[in-house]
Design a protein around this ligand. Sequence first.
Ligand code: SAM
Length: 275
Amino acid sequence: MRVDIVTIFPEYLSPLDLSLIGRARAAGQLHITVHDLRRWTHDVHRTVDDTPYGGGPGMVMRPEPWGAALDALVPAEQPAERPAEPPPEPPAEPPPGPSRVIVPTPAGSPFTQAMAHELAAEDHLVFACGRYEGIDQRVFDHAAARANVSEISIGDYVLFGGEVAVLVILETVSRLLPGVLGNADSLVEESHADGLLETPVYTKPATWRGLDVPEVLRSGDHARIARWRRDQALLRTAVRRPDLLAALPPDTLDKRDVAVLTGGGFPVPGADMAK
Ligand code: SAM
């Protein structure tokens, strides 16, 4: 996957050299380039912002440098579909596929694991990191004519800028790329993979500060362990994220699931539809 990130603070993205993302870059699975937006300014002060039309506090990012940046990074002629896989020798630059422009903004659609899967299937992501009161809207209205533009929020709170949001989105997406995570099975059992939160996890020692690891996890009985984990995931989700439980398709729960939830004090509407 090719990734271009445009920001006025390129150093903010330095964590992308670390850990598994850094390793994926070195292995050629992820080709990330960070661009300084000021490269596309032409005045002596390298200005990127101005006062808002209509008045109000703060500054707005001007359209000219952003327009020039997207012109340079999003080809005017977009390939209709994903090109053939690049040759295996890393770190060869993959051929450009269709581009997806991501605009982090607290006014965007909420970022979810499902959205991360969607982005992980793209060939080319271009992130536009806003600052101040955001970027002139015409930049994205214009770019939408030649690329898929998504305005995405990482949560209902306001950051100083889009850089941290890009780190969040990119870390989530890169975990889903083939070969990036050491053990791909981790993706199957974790929170949000099946609409439930993950069960509590434990490691050695079996007793620590007077607290024991649940007996079932030490029993070696895989069927019992699987059932216990399912029960814990259901109850934890019911307590912490009832919205997730309510969003599960009714046929996802079997009769035992319904009994566990009801027994835990969480009646399940439409329980008679359980398998
Ligand atoms: N005036 C904007 C509003 O009320 O929607 C907030 C601008 S914020 C101070 C500056 C930049 O931070 C935004 O353009 C965006 O890039 C980023 N940002 C802030 N909060 C965010 C969030 N929850 N999710 C994604 N990006 C965010």
